[in-house]
Design a protein around this ligand. Structure first.
Ligand code: ACO
Length: 428
C-alpha cells in the first residue's frame, strides 16, 4: 500500500503522508493540508481525529481490546495490582522487585499533605462536590512544590508523579471526611495503597476499619481498570493543558474537571442516580428503557454505550465478575441491583440497543460495586480520578518528552454573523 494519500479538491490534488501505528492503524497526516489547499478538516467531537502519537495504551473498539503498554487488560487484572500497573503505564515496563519497592517507598514518603492544606479544606462548604475539592486541591498541592512551577522541564519527575498518585488519595479521603464532619485520618505507612485509602475514609479514632480482602481487591481492580484509556475527554484535556507547558498538577487538575461530567467519569454516579429514580417511581426499568429510546425525553440509559467500544467493553466483563464476588461475599441484597440486572437483560434483546451496539460499560458495574462497599455516591467519580491518575501522568510525561511539541490549538469553521457595524446602545 502507498504511504501517501492523494486527495482531490476540485482541480487540485495533494499528497499527504500516511502514518501507520505498531498495531497497523492507519492515519492521514493532514498537518500540511491547510497550507497546501486552504482546507481544514471538520470532525465534530473528534470521533475520527488522531490528536497525537502515543505509546501508552492500545484500544481496538471493534474487537473489544484494551492493552496497557502492550499487556492485555485481562492479564493485568488477573495478575497485577494497581500500583504495579501504574508503574507500567508511567515508565513503560513492568517494574522488577527493586523498582517496585522504590516506587512504593516514594508513594509512602509523599502520602502526607502539607499541614497547611488542612485550612484549604475548611474553606469549602459542607455540601461542596468532592470533585470540585479534588481539582482545587490538586492544583493547590502544586503550590507547595515551588520547583514544579519554576522551570519548563519536569523537575524531579519521579517525586512529583509519586506525590500526585499518593496525595490524590489523601485529598479524596479528607474531602469525604470533611463533608461528613468527621475527623481526618492520616495515612498509615504500613498499609498498601488501596487498603490505606479505605482506612483513611472509614476508620474512626476509636475503631479501625475492618479490611475485607475481597473488598480491597475489588477497589484495587476498579483503579487498575480505569488507569488509562488513551485519548478520552479527560486525558485529552490533560494533554491540551500540558501542551501549553503548564505544570503536572495544573494539567491533572484540569483532567479532574473534564472527568466530572456525567457523559464521562460522572457516569458511575449517574448510573446509581438513574437506578434510584427507577426504583422510587415504582418502575421495573421498562418505562425508563422506553424513555431512553425516545430522543425527546432527554434521557439516556446511563452506563450504556461507549464512544470507542462498539462490541463490548473488555473492562465491563472483568468488573462484572468481581461485582458478583463482592455482592456474594458481603451478602448484599439490594433492590437497585435487581433493577440493574433487569436493565442489562432487557437491553441485550432490544433492537434499539443491539443495532446501536450499546452495551453496559465499566461504569455500570463500578458504581454497583462502590455502593456495595459503602462508598458514598458523590465519591464515585473521585474513585475514577484516583484510578486514572497514572494515565494522566504518563500522557503528561509523553508530551513533555516529545522533541517538538506544539501547543494544541484546533481550528474551527465559523458559522456566526458576517461583518457588521457596532450599534450605539440608544439605537438598539
Ligand atoms: N442510551 C440511549 N441511547 C443512547 C445511549 C444511551 N446510553 N448512548 C448512545 N445512544 C444512542 C444515541 O442517541 C444515538 O442514537 P441515533 O443514532 O438514533 O441518533 C446513538 O446511540 C449513537 O450515540 P452517540 O451519542 O453518537 O454515541 P457517542 O459515541 O457520541 O457517545 C457516550 C458515547 C457518551 C458514552 C454515550 O453512549 C452515552 O451518553 N452513554 C451514557 C453515559 C455513559 O455511560 N458514559 C460513560 C462512558 S464510559 C467512560 O467514560 C468510562
Amino acid at each position: 500500500m502507498s504511504n501517501v494519500a492523494e486527495i482531490k479538491l476540485g482541480e487540485k490534488s495533494v499528497s499527504l503522508p500516511i502514518v501507520v501505528g505498531t498495531e497497523g492503524e492507519h492515519a492521514i497526516d493532514i498537518a500540511k493540508l491547510r497550507s497546501q489547499t486552504g482546507y481544514i478538516t471538520l470532525d465534530d467531537g473528534y470521533g475520527n481525529t488522531g490528536s497525537c502519537e502515543s505509546a501508552i495504551t492500545f484500544i481496538d473498539g471493534e474487537k473489544g481490546i484494551l492493552r496497557y503498554r502492550g499487556i492485555p487488560i485481562e492479564e493485568l487484572a488477573q495478575k497485577s495490582t494497581f500500583i504495579e500497573t501504574a508503574y507500567l503505564i508511567i515508565y513503560g515496563n513492568l517494574p522488577n522487585h527493586q523498582q517496585l519497592r522504590q516506587f512504593s517507598d516514594l508513594l509512602t514518603r509523599h502520602e502526607l499533605l502539607h499541614e497547611d492544606m488542612k485550612f484549604h479544606f475548611q474553606g469549602f462548604p459542607a455540601k461542596a462536590h468532592p470533585m470540585a475539592i479534588l481539582s482545587s486541591m490538586i492544583n493547590a498541592c502544586g503550590c507547595f512544590s515551588p520547583t514544579l512551577l519554576e522551570t519548563e522541564s519536569i523537575p524531579d519527575f519521579d517525586i512529583q508523579a509519586a506525590r500526585l498518585i499518593s496525595q490524590v488519595r489523601t485529598i479524596a479521603s479528607f474531602s469525604y471526611r470533611k463533608s461528613r464532619g468527621l475527623p481526618m485520618n492520616y495515612p498509615k505507612p504500613t498499609y498498601k495503597y488501596t487498603a490505606n485509602l479505605l482506612h483513611m475514609m472509614f476508620s474512626s479514632p476509636y475503631e479501625e476499619v475492618e479490611l475485607n480482602p475481597e473488598v480491597v481487591k475489588a477497589l484495587d481492580l476498579i483503579f487498575l481498570l480505569h488507569a488509562d484509556h488513551e485519548q478520552n475527554c479527560s486525558t485529552s484535556t490533560v494533554r491540551m493543558v500540558a501542551s501549553s507547558r503548564a505544570n503536572l498538577f495544573a494539567s491533572c487538575s484540569a483532567g479532574v474537571c473534564a472527568l466530572w461530567g456525567p457523559l464521562h467519569g460522572g457516569a458511575n454516579q449517574a448510573v446509581l442516580e438513574m437506578l434510584g429514580e427507577i426504583h422510587q417511581s415504582g418502575d421495573d426499568g421498562t418505562r425508563f428503557i422506553a424513555a431512553a429510546k425516545d430522543k425527546s425525553s432527554g434521557k439516556r440509559l446511563m452506563g450504556f454505550g461507549h464512544r470507542v467500544y462498539k462490541n463490548h467493553d473488555p473492562r465491563a466483563k472483568i468488573i462484572k465478575a468481581q461485582c458478583d464476588r463482592v455482592l456474594d461475599t458481603l451478602h448484599i441484597n439490594d433492590p437497585l441491583l435487581d433493577i440493574a440486572k433487569r436493565l442489562e437483560e432487557a437491553t441485550l434483546n432490544d433492537s434499539y440497543f443491539v443495532e446501536r451496539k450499546l452495551y453496559p460499560n465499566v461504569d455500570f458495574y463500578s458504581g454497583i460495586i462502590m455502593r456495595a462497599l459503602g462508598i458514598p455516591l458523590e465519591m464515585f467519580t473521585v474513585m475514577f480520578a484516583i484510578g486514572r491518575m497514572p494515565g494522566w501522568i504518563a500522557n503528561y510525561k509523553e508530551i513533555m518528552e516529545e522533541k517538538e511539541t506544539r501547543i494544541y490549538r484546533p481550528r474551527q469553521i465559523y458559522t456566526g454573523s458576517t461583518v457588521r457595524g457596532y450599534i450605539p446602545i440608544e439605537e438598539r
